[in-house]
Design a binder for this molecule. Structure first.
Ligand code: ADP
Length: 279
């Protein structure tokens, strides 16, 4: 690290004079560091489940004759761990696609009702396994501008988290609304999709970090739920790629609400930031 973010170099000129050349390298250093950290994190995140799978396979081989009941337990853990590894790989690919490998698809009008129906369908199984009702509220006929697949992915991630971090027999709600905007009209022209749960909530010290790749407030719980630590990073990228954003309000032991704010007009969608270079 260069605390000043400046490369300083002495250059000798004719006649014994010396010039000082300074180059601002803050951004270049930051990008290089983020990339290094990311590769280190990915290696670690991949090695852990691969190591676990090796040990479990050895234990399974060992137990096959001696203890068939234990062998079944090891086989089930292999299944769980390999499914998580598969999810990790596909989410990494998804994230790297979103991070600039491909240009943002042309924003198209997307029916919010269609997003909600698709999300309810895709989250039915995890919800009913925990007796969690996933319900939706809001006016029909809302339209946002963007890419339908990405938007469904974002809301599915939020609802899957809501289910994963909630106790059994609670409710998760998806509420859609039109953002009224302030008196100057700022923030008008946006649609909000809010996913609220009655779950464990998020500590204030974690709340600013949960959108970072691989950040989990509670690693053990995240692993147990099959989490990869990439879901919210993907949601955040999708929101910014759409010229929108995602916010969270949470209270420990009460629940969390994640709100996606998306452009309701093509102009706002076209103002999306260029894909980030963080990979
Ligand atoms: P993970 O795969 O671990 O769920 P995410 O990126 O989706 O990764 O979420 C990051 C972390 O944010 C989670 O590990 C969890 O600590 C916290 N989190 C996300 N959604 C919720 C929620 N609805 N309620 C409580 N904590 C949540």
């Amino acid at each position: 690290g260069d605390p000043l973010g400046v490369n300083v170099r002495a250059v000798s000129l004719d006649g014994g004079r010396v010039a000082i050349e300074a180059t601002d390298v803050t951004e270049a250093h930051r990008v290089a560091r983020v990339r290094r950290d990311f590769v280190a994190n990915v290696s670690h995140e991949l090695k852990t489940p691969v190591g676990a799978l090796q040990l479990l396979a050895e234990a399974l081989l060992d137990a096959t004759d001696k203890d068939p009941a234990a062998a079944i337990r090891f086989a089930e853990r292999i299944k769980h761990e390999s499914a998580r590894l598969g999810r990790l790989v596909s989410e990494l690919l998804e994230l790297s696609r979103l991070q600039g490998a491909e240009p943002l698809p042309e924003p198209e009008p997307v029916d919010v009702d269609k997003i909600v129906v698709e999300v309810l369908d895709r989250t039915k199984t995890p919800g009913s396994a925990k007796h969690i009702d996933v319900v939706s509220h809001g006016p029909h006929g809302l339209v946002v501008y963007g890419n339908e697949n990405q938007l469904v992915t974002a809301v599915v991630n939020l609802v899957e988290n809501a289910i994963a971090y909630s106790p059994e027999s609670t409710t998760v709600s998806i509420t859609t609304s039109v953002s009224a905007g302030d008196e100057t009209g700022h923030e008008a022209g946006y649609i909000e999709i809010a996913v609220a749960d009655q779950g464990i909530g998020i500590e204030p010290r974690d709340i600013d970090r949960i959108f970072e790749r691989f950040y989990r407030a509670d690693r053990a719980r995240s692993r147990a739920t099959g989490g990869t630590g990439l879901g919210l990073a993907i949601v955040k990228h999708i929101a910014t790629n759409h010229g929108g954003r995602v916010d969270v309000v949470s209270s420990v032991g009460v629940g969390s609400t994640f709100t996606l704010r998306l452009p309701a007009r093509p102009a706002e969608a076209a103002m999306a930031l260029p894909p980030s270079v963080e990979i």
